[in-house]
Write a protein that binds this ligand. Structure first.
Ligand code: URA
Length: 436
């Protein structure tokens, strides 16, 4: 087999066999194929796409490049949720203990902040002492004991994705539905979950900016996951303004605690409950979403979800006393206030600009080597649709130093739009696709 023939075949709109895809993937992972040929193949996929069979083969071949978590001996059912990334998206922190309190096991492997979107691991690590670098044995033990465990992906999980993603990043081939599908799904299937719920974010603050693009990705994830024998749900949710009222690392832990006492902001509670409910349906714990929603709400109302959250913090090395003492207090001394420039209604708080500003502030990072800070970010006092009088406080903005505030300020000011009329209410859950 010659790589050039496969590149030519895909370039001309042909279909690659499983063996041909395996030749390219394994050749890249073992170093026998040069980057320029793999880059050319990726670009041909970018323009020509892949059919569902090719996408499923690519996903499975990538999955097989590394270890798959062995959860045998632990009673299931195992179900996880994955978000394609947003701003203020702390749903995983809240939903994992809710779902676990309803009797499913949640083996969650998460990522770090990169670009304008936040990362679950960075948020959790803002809890003093909390460890996310669990060994596979710890991950299994904690999952068995607490019903859920949160860890990062080790180098042994889908090494093909690590190499391919880095190459896509520098060859302008990230935004390809089959390549994104294989990348996300291979890593999620490697966790060992039998059922998966994908939160496909849609809007300016998301990877998929438009509804048709988000729908294409949701469909591809659902179809490919189903072809791999998984029970899959794709939920398309809005990412036009940041989710909730707090954006930052420890700030989002604080808001997660609010949600677990049932006092979280309405938008965040709605999205979290909906996704958690689908996890229960996918895992066979409820017949439908309405029944599952009631189970999730009861887990919060009865304090069972909070109890599991606190147990998980302790299990993973976190210091509960320090976490509680820092609540409402862990704020950088460097801050400014964003005030309404006019009277009227908040018509937009652009999640993308807020996410980018967050990188300057120290919430997120531009490269994987950049540090992130626990005490920076945004505390919003107003959401889109709220009325304001000129000069009202809209948000407090905290940065790692004065220079970071100066860099972030123009973006933060541009993110806010105030108009004379209230905007039409936006739906948060845009579409749900299930293959169960
Ligand atoms: N996130 C991933 O893990 N992979 C992609 O390809 C895109 C987003």
């Amino acid at each position: 087999m010659r790589a050039v023939d496969l590149i030519m075949k895909k370039r001309d709109g042909g279909e690659l066999s499983r063996e041909e895809i395996a030749f390219l993937v394994s050749g890249y992972v073992d170093g026998s194929l040069p980057e320029y040929q793999v880059s050319a193949w990726l670009m041909s996929v970018f323009f020509r796409g892949m059919n569902p069979r090719e996408t499923a083969d690519l996903t499975e071949l990538m999955l097989r490049s590394g270890d798959v978590m062995d959860l045998s001996g632990i009673p299931g059912p195992f179900v996880d949720k994955h978000s394609t990334g947003g701003v203020g998206d702390k749903v995983s922190l809240i939903l994992a203990p809710i779902a676990a309190a309803c009797g499913v096991k949640v083996p969650m492997m998460s990522g770090r902040a990169l670009g304008h979107t936040g990362g679950t691991l960075d948020k959790l690590e803002s809890i003093p002492g909390y460890r996310t670098n669990l060994s596979p044995a710890e991950f299994r033990d904690f999952l068995r004991a607490d019903g859920y465990a949160m860890t990062g992906q080790t180098a042994r999980v889908v090494p093909a994705d690590k190499k391919l993603y880095a190459l896509r990043d520098v060859t302008a081939t990230v935004e390809s539905v089959p390549l994104i599908t294989a990348s996300i799904l291979s890593k999620k299937v490697a966790e060992g979950a039998e059922s998966l719920v994908f939160d496909v974010k849609c809007g300016p603050g998301a990877f998929m900016k438009t509804f048709p693009d988000a729908r294409r990705l949701a469909e591809s994830l659902v179809d490919t996951g189903k072809a791999m024998g998984k029970r899959i749900v794709g939920v398309i949710t809005d990412m036009t303004e940041p989710l909730g009222l707090k954006v930052g690392n420890f700030l989002e832990v604080e808001e997660s605690l609010d949600c677990l006492t049932g006092k979280g902001p309405a938008d965040l509670m709605e999205v979290t409950y909906r996704l958690a409910a689908w996890m229960l349906v996918a895992a066979g714990k409820a017949k439908g979403v309405e029944e599952a929603l009631r189970l999730c709400e009861a887990a919060v109302a009865e304090g069972r979800a909070m109890e599991l959250f606190r147990r998980n913090v302790r299990t993973q090395g976190g210091d509960l006393a320090k976490m509680d003492a820092l609540y409402g207090k862990l704020r950088s001394p460097h801050s400014f206030e964003l005030r309404a420039p006019a009277s009227g209604f908040v018509t937009a708080i652009d999640a993308y600009r807020i996410g980018l500003a967050g990188v300057y502030l120290g919430v997120g990072r531009n490269t994987t080597a950049d540090p992130v800070y626990p005490d920076v970010g945004f505390v919003f006092e107003r959401k889109v649709g709220d009325s304001v009088t000129a000069g009202d406080l809209v948000a407090r903005v905290y940065g790692k130093d004065e220079a970071s505030l100066a860099a972030a300020r123009p973006l933060v000011e541009e993110a806010l739009t105030v108009g004379p009329a209230a905007p039409a209410p936006r739906k948060l859950v845009l579409e749900e696709l299930a293959a169960l």
